[in-house]
Design a protein around this ligand. Structure first.
Ligand SMILES: Cc1cc2nc3c(=O)[nH]c(=O)nc-3n(C[C@H](O)[C@H](O)[C@H](O)COP(=O)(O)OP(=O)(O)OC[C@H]3O[C@@H](n4cnc5c(N)ncnc54)[C@H](O)[C@@H]3O)c2cc1C
Length: 328
């Protein structure tokens, strides 16, 4: 167990963390990025990215390799298998970041631990989760890959309804499976959805759940069950989109930074400051995140720019705050 002093500690080597590290290291701050696994985060799981501005198509792993090399060229250290378990702040302003092996002392901490998609936990979900096999958790990312195909979407919140509408622009047929009669999504979105069903592309299956995803090497059908009649049906489809929420990886921060009721890290939207001076947040783990590669990288870059304001003058921390956006 060693004490290691750094200017900047970044928690998570996903796109947000690597974006922050690039700017921080290039500005000659002594920077370490800690990741509990390997660099890259969620984007490692896809073999086709088509919505990163300026790059027509690239695989997730290729994108991560390029980012990692660029970050390391400027001297940032990336430490794998280093799970952060705690964060505290001393009265003198030093931030203490704890892993199982080491204690890091830092002037600035940038939190980028990301979020995981909530899974349904049904047979076939893990098997077909690999990119291209037919199970997806992001309509914005993957809808174009299902052009003129039949897909099933699952969920009843805002993301489910918005993404079902988005899928309707590409797919031949979208069957939205919802376990209740009423949607949790906002009224205006539900009205739009109902209106769209009249065109025949989107169909809603109320009071229904998806119980398994079936196929040989890719998705061929899904089994639906009506929770009232208990009747089951095997519906042929080319893909299944699961929109049942996100789980932010923030359990280790409980009690040290303010989280919202779902566990997302609260922040000031203009400067991505948390409630703890010197601690910024970027990417999919923060309130208001757009959950995209480009926005996660953009967030990371923004925090590395704003941290310089704090390092120049710690009083900046409370300047121009926007308390209503934080819910404080
Ligand atoms: C299959 C798939 C396909 C996608 N396709 C696209 C696409 O085409 N276009 C697009 O824009 N977006 C896409 N996305 C979304 C995109 O990947 C995410 O928005 C982006 O990765 C978020 O970046 P992040 O850095 O905030 O978080 P993450 O990518 O989740 O990275 C967080 C990192 O933090 C690490 N970590 C977590 N907790 C700790 C801890 N306690 N200590 C240390 N490390 C920790 C994790 O191991 C991880 O490496 C896709 C996502 C998936 C899953």
């Amino acid at each position: 167990m060693a004490d290691i002093t750094k200017d900047v500690v970044i928690v998570g080597a996903g796109p947000a963390g690597l974006g922050a590290a690039l700017y921080s290291a290039r500005d000659r701050y002594d920077t370490v990025v800690l990741d509990k696994f390997v660099p890259g985060g969620q984007i490692n799981l896809t073999d086709r990215i088509e919505n990163y501005p300026g790059i027509a198509q690239i695989s997730g792993p290729d994108m991560v390799t390029a980012l990692q090399q660029q970050v390391e060229t400027f001297g940032a250290q990336i430490k794998i298998n280093s799970e952060v378990t705690a964060l505290t702040r001393r009265d003198d302003g030093t931030l203490i970041v704890q892993t199982d092996d080491d204690t890091y002392l830092a002037k600035v901490v940038i939190l980028t631990p990301g979020s995981d998609y909530r899974h349904l936990g049904v047979p076939g979900e893990e098997e077909f989760r690999q990119a291209g096999s037919g199970v997806s958790y992001c309509g914005t990312c993957d809808a174009p890959f299902f052009k003129d195909k039949d897909v099933i979407a699952v969920g009843g919140g805002n993301v489910a309804v918005e993404d079902a509408l988005h899928l309707g622009k590409y797919c031949k047929k979208v069957t939205l499976v919802h376990r209740r009669q009423e949607f949790r999504a906002t009224k205006v979105l539900v009205e739009e959805l109902i209106e769209e069903t009249k065109k025949g592309v989107i169909e809603i299956r109320y009071d229904s759940v998806l119980t398994s995803i079936n196929g040989s090497d890719h998705v061929e059908s899904a089994t639906l069950k009506n929770v009232k009649s208990e009747q089951t049906e095997d519906l042929p489809c080319d893909g299944v989109f699961i929109f049942v929420g996100m789980i932010p990886n923030t359990a280790f921060l409980k009690g040290s930074v303010d989280l919202n009721e779902s566990g997302f890290i609260k922040c000031d939207p203009a400067y991505l400051r948390t409630n703890l001076p010197g601690v910024f947040v970027a990417g999919d783990c923060r309130t208001g995140a757009a959950m995209q590669l480009a926005t996660a990288i953009g967030d990371g870059v923004a925090t590395a720019m704003y941290m310089k304001e704090y390092l120049r003058d710690p009083q900046w921390w409370n300047k121009d705050r926007c308390p209503e956006a934080l819910g404080w």
